[in-house]
Write a protein that binds this ligand. Structure first.
Ligand code: MN3
Length: 200
């Protein structure tokens, strides 16, 4: 049966307080994410093949998406997939440890240096987009994507990400993106990032 709605958050709306507030989580999940999902479903409504595929597989194989719906699939399929992924890597006060922690320290020198590099990258997103820690043939990298363009469409495997669209932080942080990014580092689910790293 075709999925009609998005999955609930895997935790309470207020689980990330005070770093990410309940009001933001409610509107971000129930309105923004749901709208991406609805528009993705509408975009593929007449395409049985895409309907039968996982959205991740669709984004990895954009060449198989017809031109007349390609941009809608990128925007709304990407928006659906990215938000689902984002919810999965959020958890308050998870310890930075595991093979991913070792790999980050090996690549950037320390947790602090990684945090600094990731923060600079997230601050540099102009307009709407995301910052990602990904892995792939070039090893660990921090990359930005615009709008809902997906790292999986570029052959990268996401390990963690921050949504830097204003809707992700404006209610609580207004224009202070740097404070939101600082807060984000308190709610990274490193156990889940470790799972993504081990299974990529
Ligand atoms: Mn968002």
């Amino acid at each position: 049966m075709t999925q009609r709605t998005i999955e609930p958050l895997p935790y309470a709306y207020n689980a990330l307080e005070p770093y990410i507030d309940e009001a933001t989580m409610r509107v971000h999940h129930d309105k923004h994410h749901q709208t991406y999902f609805d528009k993705y479903m509408a975009a593929i409504a007449n395409n049985k093949k895409l309907q039968s595929m996982n959205v991740t597989e669709v984004l990895k194989n954009l060449v198989r998406v017809p031109d007349d719906i390609k941009q809608a699939v990128i925007n709304h399929g990407g928006g659906h997939y990215h938000h689902r992924f984002f919810w999965s890597i959020l958890k308050k006060d998870a310890a930075f440890k595991g093979k991913i922690a070792d790999a980050i320290v090996k690549k950037w020198g320390s947790y602090e240096k990684f945090k600094e590099a990731f923060t600079q990258q997230a601050l540099s997103v102009f307009g709407s987009g995301w910052t990602w820690l990904v892995t792939g043939k070039d090893g660990l990298e921090i990359v930005n994507t615009k709008n809902q363009d997906s790292p999986v469409s570029m052959g990268k495997e996401p390990l963690l990400c921050i949504d830097v669209w204003e809707h992700a932080y404006y209610l609580k942080y207004q224009n202070k993106r740097a404070e939101y990014i600082e807060a984000f580092f308190h709610v990274i689910n490193w156990q889940q990032v470790e799972k993504y790293y081990q299974h990529h």
